[in-house]
Write a protein that binds this ligand. Structure first.
Ligand code: MOS
Length: 769
């Protein structure tokens, strides 16, 4: 595949597929604007090893950290014998609750405006143990091997207390949470229970999904030091972290250490994947505390096992779907309720009714989420929290209803396409789900599907087709701001945003270049630094729109400032900012090719070497006025081996409706990556707890399975490319929608193949025999 950035004439066959009638960005010869498949601006640095990740920075005098994890799920530490460890070669410090510096409890995400932390347990401040795997000691040593060996030697005596580690028992004491993502935990429209009882066609089934752990290719790591950056300024906590929230992490750490946020500086230029888990957990806080205590810079790189002990994942759920429909398949009752595991110390009930809020029309709807408190590591965000498992239950149940009605599953969905958001009553800002479903079905060959399961065989293999709807909300959080610095040679755009591998740096270079009328080579996008302006979370698939809004605001401010600089002699003299566009490396009058002045000329005339402006993005009013979501349909062809029960996915296609696609190359990767994670959710991923101790028993990629190359079939991706008129650039985020719908598409294909309905993820072979 070509690695250069010249779209004209470069063959990208198979990279992405364009629906009939849509313009081809490749045909716009020589132009690399929005919509062009620009290759990654950081690609060469990454593949040649030039990119430095958080665990690869070096400070003079740096020591290495290792953590000791608790072996009980609830109770007290009676004694920690650290003498042997302290006497070992190279050991610099053994820190436990007895000698750790005083630390404030970290603010929790969504509960506090400064919250970047997964939970609000005190960190190494008391003898209490809250989950099996909690850090109880930290060792610093001159080498990583010395630190690891010393950590291994530490003996801890506990007084264990009864722990709630069985979801079945915890469910019996389930409670309604205060909120679900800041909204109510129960949503009702009409009387769904009565409507369900009265319906002619009914499906009432329970779907279960297991715990999932984060497995980014780069395990969590950081390198930090307390440094004196300049005379008399006091100490700065300088952190190289792998983060999807540099700004929020600074705010949280300032609270934990009781220092000014200006004394903390986090950079995170390269992140080896972040899916909701690269936030603030105990390891960063403990590393900073130990560095302070030992007066040495520290590197802490969690092992894969360490990530399972201290970084939360997705909670398990048990979901009831009750669908009532009339003879024509129109939904009369839609009930989606159930329980998710949680802890008292975090604020994320896995929001499994999310997809059901907006997908289908029904006169009567009841959605509710209860939580079951457990002694476990706090659960957290994990790619499409809510929608990933929500769509498994909802879209499996719809397939079951279609079967009962002897109706094509796509036809059943089309019949229930809502005119307005069924729970909020708002109009949709942009919804072309049916178009995505139709073009996807055509491309995939959906019409070849047999309505009766078990009809297609190839030797031992039974083959089936399934589909499911994908959805994820559009979001744009407040706080985004951008700085543009213009020089005669180009522009630098700075914003405290993140590149975790999804292509942000590339796409935002394109967006800024298009906005400023500059070639991409003359635009540098700076990000991943808490000292840059604005606060943008790489989460909720909202970064693209949030940055876009800020860049547009800054570009407008730049135009206004430049106009103020032009003199009487300028061809632009007398024009208002609204009459101006950025083009050809300068400003021009809209609709008048003759009135133009280059940036170079404007700056030179004004005697300026550069011009720098900063602007806040406007608030996200669009969300108050519209129901805003991305949509898609996932199609799957699965083979089920009649002898072994093994499932192999043979084909997968995602047809999406996510507004305007800014870069088809990086977008294709995002969609495909999400869909591959969806295959893991469907077929493999499951965190297993020891029922006696609550300890995670499969904390490694050898035991916790994710899809590898041989598990991943041909994946086709396509999209409507219809801009949403109510978002910056007409775009939606696309980071999370790819994983949604895949669980059900696979389950439905498996049912179509062999007639077995699996309602319990993952769909492993034992469930098919
Ligand atoms: Mo995503 S779970 O919002 O990083």
């Amino acid at each position: 595949r070509s690695g250069d950035n010249q779209p004209a004439g470069v063959a990208l066959a198979g990279d992405y597929w364009r629906p009939e009638g849509r313009p081809d960005p490749l045909s716009e010869k020589g132009r690399i604007g929005i919509g062009a498949p620009l290759s990654r601006v950081d690609g060469a640095e990454k593949v040649t090893g030039g990119a430095r990740f958080a665990g690869e920075f070096i400070f003079d005098g740096m020591v290495y950290a290792a953590l000791v994890y608790s072996a009980i799920a609830n109770g007290r530490i009676l004694a920690i014998d650290r003498r042997e460890a302290e006497a070992m070669d190279g050991v610099v410090l053994v820190m436990t609750h007895e000698n750790a510096p005083r630390l404030n409890t970290p603010p929790v995400f969504l509960r506090s405006p400064n919250g970047a932390a997964g939970d609000d347990h005190p960190i190494m401040q008391t003898d209490r143990v809250h989950w099996n795997g909690q850090p109880v000691a930290l060792v610093l040593a001159e080498t990583q091997e010395q630190a690891d060996a010393a950590a291994e030697s530490i003996r801890v005596d506990y007084a264990a207390e009864p722990a709630m580690i069985d979801f079945e028992l915890a469910k019996a004491q389930a409670r309604q949470p205060d909120n679900v993502l800041g909204g109510p935990a129960e949503i009702t429209v009409g009387d769904a229970d009565a409507a369900f009882e009265a319906a002619v066609h009914r499906i009432d089934a329970t779907y279960t999904t297991p715990r999932h752990n984060h497995n980014a290719i780069e395990p969590h790591a950081l390198t930090l030091a307390w440094v004196n950056e300049s005379e008399g300024e006091g100490e700065t906590l300088r952190i190289h972290d792998a983060s999807q929230c540099v700004d929020l992490a600074v705010a949280s750490l300032a609270e934990v250490f009781g220092i000014d946020a200006a004394q903390i500086h986090i950079t995170s230029p390269f992140v080896g994947g972040g899916f909701g888990g690269k936030t603030l957990w105990q390891h960063q806080i403990l590393a900073a505390a130990a560095a302070k205590l030992a007066d040495r810079p520290v590197r802490l790189a969690l092992s894969r096992k360490g990530v399972y002990r201290v970084v939360g994942g997705r909670a398990c759920t048990e979901q009831r779907m009750a669908l009532g429909a009339d003879e024509n398949g129109r939904l009369q009752a839609l009930i989606h309720s159930g329980v998710a595991a949680m802890t008292r110390h975090n604020n994320l009930p896995e929001p499994f009714f999310q997809a059901t809020k907006c997908l289908y029309a029904a006169d009567h709807i009841r959605l509710s989420i209860d939580v079951a408190d457990m002694h476990m590591l706090a659960n957290t965000f994990m790619r499409a929290p809510g929608e990933s498992v929500s769509t498994f239950a909802l879209e499996s149940a719809l397939d079951e209803l279609a079967d009962q009605l002897s109706m094509d599953p796509l036809e059943l969905r089309a019949r229930n396409e809502p005119e307005r958001d069924p729970t909020s009553g708002l109009a949709f800002s942009s919804r072309h789900l049916l178009e995505a479903a139709r073009s996807g079905a055509e491309r995939f060959g959906w019409s070849e599907r047999s309505a009766t399961p078990g009809r297609r065989r190839e030797g031992e293999w039974q083959i089936g087709l399934g589909c499911a709807t994908a959805t994820y909300p559009y979001m744009r959080m407040p706080g985004a701001a951008a700085r543009i610095t213009l020089t005669p040679d180009g522009a630098t755009v700075g914003i405290a945003a993140h590149e975790m591998g999804m292509g942000t740096a590339t796409v935002q270079t394109q967006v800024a270049a298009a906005r400023l009328g500059l070639p991409v080579e003359k635009v540098a996008f700076h990000y991943g630094d808490s000292r840059l302006t604005g606060s943008v979370l790489a989460g909720g698939s909202q970064q693209t729109a949030a940055i876009g809004g800020a860049v547009i605001a800054a570009q407008r401010a730049l135009v206004a400032e430049l106009l103020a600089l032009v003199g009487q002699d300028s061809p632009l003299s007398g024009l208002a900012p609204d009459e101006i566009e950025c083009r050809n490396e300068g400003l021009g009058a809209i609709g008048d090719g003759s009135r133009f002045e280059s940036y170079r000329q404007i700056l030179a005339r004004a005697g300026r070497s550069e011009l720098s402006v900063e602007a806040d993005a406007a608030g996200s009013e669009e969300l108050a006025n519209w129901s805003m979501h991305s949509f898609g349909t996932i199609f799957c062809e699965a083979g089920v081996n009649g002898v072994t029960g093994e499932v192999r996915i043979r084909r997968l296609l995602g047809s999406f409706d996510c507004g305007r696609i800014l870069n088809p190359k990086t977008a294709t990767s995002q969609f495909r990556g999400g869909m591959i994670m969806g295959l893991g959710l469907a077929l493999m991923e499951e965190t297993l707890f020891d029922p006696r101790s609550g300890r995670v028993m499969n904390p490694s990629l050898a035991d916790y399975h994710v899809p590898v190359q041989m598990d991943v079939p041909e994946i086709e991706v396509m999209w409507t490319d219809i801009p949403d008129p109510h978002t910056p650039m007409g775009a939606h985020g696309i980071g999370e929608i790819g994983i949604t719908g895949v669980g059900a598409a696979v389950a439905n294909a498996v049912y179509n193949a062999c007639g077995k309905r699996v309602r319990d993820l993952p769909i492993t072979l034992d469930k098919l025999l």
